[in-house]
Design a protein around this ligand. Structure first.
Ligand SMILES: *[C@@H]1O[C@H](CO)[C@@H](O)[C@H](O)[C@H]1NC(C)=O
Ligand SMILES: *[C@@H]1O[C@H](CO)[C@@H](O)[C@H](O)[C@H]1NC(C)=O
Ligand SMILES: *[C@@H]1O[C@H](CO)[C@@H](O)[C@H](O)[C@H]1NC(C)=O
Ligand SMILES: *[C@@H]1O[C@H](CO)[C@@H](O)[C@H](O)[C@H]1NC(C)=O
Length: 504
């Protein structure tokens, strides 16, 4: 009954179309005519088209126009977990037509029969894909038989979690940043329930700015070397296998150049080794420069490259050192990003002393320093000071001893009796037959309270009164004390005993 009625209607419509269509051929009319003109659409290489076309023109009253789609390519964006409806909304769909659904050439629905439990067929030929996931992203099409007319739908289902860098998806990819850049990493999740976004960097949880991290955002400002590494994001939804992603960040930076020996001691006729340590990305090239000239390999100079933990090193070896070889050298390292340099000073003076270690027993402090000098050391000076005090107290060291003959290393061992707890600073310089070294960098150390009777009353005294309190002399004496020769201070007043020991 209904069928008969339907086909009657369709026939009627077709006849009407026929009427309208013919006159419109001669004078194209805009607007409503578009649909009808599309009837000329070439449906493909199949024979069915030709026959149906023939039918339309030859026997209008018997055969229907073939089915067609207003759009042949559709795009759908969906989130994981969505139920996605894929439509197959054909015009001129007849009861004699059948629909097949394909996912990238594999049948997923045949008429009203779905293959696979997540696919459901609708009476209007649409299918519903339940609980979509990233794997469902593909090219789908429905095909109307027997004419084999197709409509393609490209479905893209976002991942459950994705990492965006400056709004581009970079999940599980790598990124190269440049020193000084500013970038935003954002972790987005599409999860049905509540979840907490957790960022980590090189395996350690990132906690820096809680507000941003809560929103899944990591801001990298003024990027430098230390920002290079693996950033991971986890969408903690309480499940056993929470979604996660990562992005590997590479940072390109201009060379970082340093040396562990800013001053190099040598002797007339001896060799000198200058060390230039650097890190660079991309790879850096190093040069040594003296008096504005780049040093070339020669009888005089040789270069050694070596790799160390975390940096590379170029060593300049100067042979047969003479007076003309003393002075300042530059080590310059350059790469595609920029260039940087470090200065190395070559002289006959001792190198800057280096703190080795110390022992604290009550108020007695024993400290050790190492100094490099090929020439014998004649003297050393130790300065020390309590935080907040304006001046250094000085002790002089009259004797010096070799620690390692082959390397020209000297050891200074010194014992101080410090009258007050607090944060102390100490530094040392040494003299050889040519002159003085620089002062070592301050070594800071804490003297803890262990005898309350000594420490407690001193707590709020101004710096001038430290020595007064510690050694029981007057304020006037304390200021006079600074004018005394260092050796007197050491031996007479401060109970500082100096022990230079031979450690050979
Ligand atoms: C087909 O039916 C489904 C389910 O009722 C609906 O969501 C969809 O919009 C329909 N498609 C068209 C083209 O009307
Ligand atoms: C379709 O499948 C082929 C092979 O199975 C695959 O290479 C291709 O990427 C798929 N197309 C899409 C759009 O996923
Ligand atoms: C050290 O040099 C090598 C090549 O000579 C390079 O691959 C490496 O990245 C460099 N290391 C650093 C920290 O610059
Ligand atoms: C001195 O230094 C050399 C070279 O580093 C080493 O072989 C030697 O054992 C050192 N000697 C002493 C006493 O530390």
């Amino acid at each position: 009954m209904i069928k008969a009625k339907d086909s009657t209607w369709l026939l009627l419509i077709c006849l009407l179309i026929g009427q309208l269509y013919v006159p419109s051929q001669g004078s194209p009319i805009e607007g409503d005519q578009t649909d009808y003109q599309e009837d000329d659409y070439d449906y493909g290489d199949d024979g069915a088209d030709d026959s149906s076309k023939g039918d339309v023109t030859d026997t209008l009253d018997i055969t229907m126009p073939p089915p067609y789609f207003e759009e042949n390519d559709l795009k759908i964006e969906a989130k994981p977990g969505d139920d996605v409806v894929l439509n197959c909304d054909a015009r001129n769909f007849q009861l004699s037509n059948a629909v097949m659904w394909y996912k990238n050439k594999t049948i997923i629905a045949n008429g009203q029969n779905a293959i696979g439990h997540r696919v459901e067929c609708m009476p209007n030929n649409s299918i519903v894909l339940r609980d979509a996931s990233a794997e469902d992203s593909d090219d789908y099409y429905c095909e109307i038989l027997p004419q084999m007319v197709r409509q393609h739908t490209t479905l893209r289902v976002g991942a459950r979690l994705s990492i965006l860098c400056d709004d581009r998806d970079v999940t599980d990819r790598s990124q190269t940043f440049r020193q000084g850049d500013h970038h935003k990493l954002e972790c987005r999740t599409y999860l049905p329930g509540e979840n907490t976004i957790k960022w980590s960097f090189n395996g350690l949880r990132l906690e820096s700015s809680p507000e941003d991290i809560k929103n899944g955002v990591v801001i990298l400002d003024n990027i430098d070397e230390q920002n290079a590494g693996v950033y991971q994001c986890l969408g903690d939804d309480g499940s056993r296998y929470p979604p996660h992603g990562m992005v590997t960040v590479d940072v390109q930076y201009s060379p970082k150049v340093s040396t562990h020996r800013h001053h190099v001691n040598t002797e007339e006729g001896h060799t000198a080794e200058l060390y230039c340590n650097y890190r660079a990305n991309p790879i850096g090239r190093s040069y040594f420069i003296k008096d504005g000239k780049t040093l070339q390999l020669s009888e005089k100079y040789s270069l050694k490259d070596s790799a160390h933990n975390g940096h590379n090193r170029t060593t300049l070896v100067i042979r047969e050192v003479g007076k003309e070889d003393l002075g300042e050298y530059l080590c310059q390292v350059e790469n595609a990003i920029g260039s940087n340099e470090v200065k190395v000073h070559v002289s006959y003076n001792p190198e800057t002393p280096q703190f080795e270690d110390m022992k604290v027993e009550g108020t007695k402090v024993t400290m050790h320093w190492l100094v490099r000098s090929r020439q014998p050391l004649s003297e050393a000076i130790l300065d020390y000071q309590l935080t907040g005090s304006y001046t250094w107290s000085t002790v002089s060291v009259l004797q010096t001893h070799r620690h390692n003959h082959t390397e020209g290393i000297w050891k200074i061992t010194h014992q101080l009796d410090l009258p007050r707890r607090g944060l102390w600073h100490a530094r040392v310089k040494a003299k050889n037959t040519h002159g003085w070294s620089n002062f070592s960098p301050d070594h800071d150390f804490q003297i803890e309270e262990d005898d309350e009777s000594i420490a407690a009353p001193d707590m709020d005294l101004p710096p001038e009164q430290i020595m007064q309190a510690g050694v029981g002399i007057t304020r006037g004496a304390a200021s006079a004390l600074r004018q005394l020769p260092a050796i007197t201070v050491a031996c007479g007043v401060l109970l500082a005993s100096l022990l230079l020991r031979v450690r050979l």
